[in-house]
Write a protein that binds this ligand. Structure first.
Ligand code: NAP
Length: 269
C-alpha cells in the first residue's frame, strides 16, 4: 500500500532504540525526512550511520569496504538527530522550540520503571509522568502550533500500550501513564480536529526491544503474559511500525481519537 509519506517531515521521539528506531528506519525508507529525537547520542550516531550506509551487498558489488565515516553520515539530509532528555522541560524547549516545520509526529519515547504497588516511589512516579505524558504534551504543542500557524493538516501518533486498559503486575505507574495517554489522545483529537490534525494511539503488547527484554526475559514471567494473548506470541517491532505508519498516512484520513491495539487479542479477553 502506497502511504504517501515521501517528502513529509516527521519528528520521532525515542528514536535511539526499539520501536522508535524501527519507525525512523521505515520512514526513511518511505522517503520521509525525519527529526530523530533521543537521549543517548551514541544511539543517534549509529542510527544515522545505519540508515545512510550502503548495504554490505552493494559494497561487495562495488568492491568497496562497507565503512562509512563522519562527517558524511552526520550530514545525511534524510535524518536530523536531536539529542535531548524529554523529561527536562527547559532542555526540550531549547532543543525543539525552533525545530521548524514538522508535518507528522510520533510520540514514542517512554520509560517503564517497574515496582510493586506498595513500593512505588515519588521519584519513579514523577519521572514516569514527565517522560511518558508531560513530554507528549510539550512536543505535541510545539508541533501542533507550527501546523496551525502554517495552516496545513497533520497527524500525531502516540505510542501507548496494551497496559493502558488492562492491569499488569508491578506496572501501576507505567499503566497509569499509558491510561492517561489514551485519554490525552482523545482530548487532543477533539481539540485539534478542527485544525485538521488527527491524533491516534497505538497500543502494542510486549515487544522484545530493550524495554521489553528488561521486563519479560524471564520465561516463567513471559508465559503468564503469553497465556493472556490469544495469538500466543509477542509483537515484532514491524507490527507496531506498520500501525504507526498507517495512522500517520492519509490512508487513515477519517480516523482520529482511536486507540489501535497491536496486542494479539489481549484486549479481547
Ligand atoms: P526502548 O527499547 O526502551 O526504547 C525507548 C527509546 O526512547 C530509547 O531510545 C530511549 O533512549 C528513548 N527515551 C527514553 N526516555 C527518554 C527521554 N527522557 N528523552 C529522550 N529519549 C528517551 O522502548 P521501546 O520498547 O522501543 O518502547 C517504545 C514505546 O513503545 C514506548 O512508548 C513504550 O511504552 C511502548 N511500548 C513498548 C512495549 C514493549 O514491550 N517494548 C509494549 C507496549 C508499549 P535511552 O535508552 O537513551 O534512554
Amino acid at each position: 500500500m502506497e502511504l504517501g509519506l515521501a517528502g513529509r517531515r516527521v519528528l520521532v521521539t525515542g528514536a535511539g532504540k526499539g520501536i522508535g528506531r524501527g519507525t525512523v528506519q521505515a520512514l526513511h525508507a518511505a522517503g520521509a525526512r525525519v527529526v530523530a529525537v533521543s537521549r543517548t547520542q551514541a544511539d543517534l550516531d549509529s542510527l544515522v550511520r545505519e540508515v545512510t550506509s550502503p548495504s554490505p551487498q552493494l559494497c561487495r558489488l562495488l568492491g568497496a569496504e562497507p565503512l562509512v565515516t563522519a562527517p558524511w553520515y552526520t550530514q545525511c539530509p534524510g535524518i536530523e538527530p536531536v539529542c535531548v532528555d524529554l523529561g527536562d522541560w527547559e532542555a526540550t524547549e531549547q532543543a525543539l522550540g525552533s525545530v521548524g516545520p514538522v508535518d507528522l509526529l510520533v510520540n514514542n519515547a517512554a520509560i517503564a520503571l517497574l515496582q510493586p504497588f506498595l513500593e512505588v516511589t515519588k521519584e519513579a512516579f514523577d519521572r514516569s509522568f514527565e517522560v511518558n505524558l508531560r513530554a507528549v504534551i510539550q512536543v505535541s504543542q510545539i508541533v501542533a502550533r507550527g501546523l496551525i500557524a502554517r495552516g496545513v493538516q497533520g497527524a500525531i501518533v502516540n505510542v501507548s500500550s496494551q497496559g493502558s486498559q488492562r492491569a499488569v503486575t508491578d506496572h501501576s505507574v507505567y499503566c497509569s501513564t499509558k491510561g492517561a495517554l489514551d485519554m490525552l489522545t482523545k482530548v487532543m483529537a477533539l481539540e485539534l480536529g478542527p485544525h485538521k490534525i488527527r491524533v491516534n494511539a497505538v497500543n502494542p503488547t510486549v515487544v522484545m526491544t530493550p524495554m521489553g527484554q528488561a521486563a519479560w526475559s524471564d520465561p516463567h514471567k513471559a508465559k503468564t503474559m503469553l497465556d493472556r494473548i490469544p495469538l500466543g506470541k509477542f509483537a515484532e517491532v514491524e507490527h507496531v511500525v506498520d500501525a504507526i505508519l498507517f495512522l500517520l498516512s492519509d490512508r487513515s484520513g477519517m480516523t482520529t481519537g482511536s486507540t489501535m491495539p497491536v496486542e494479539g487479542g489481549f484486549w479481547a479477553c
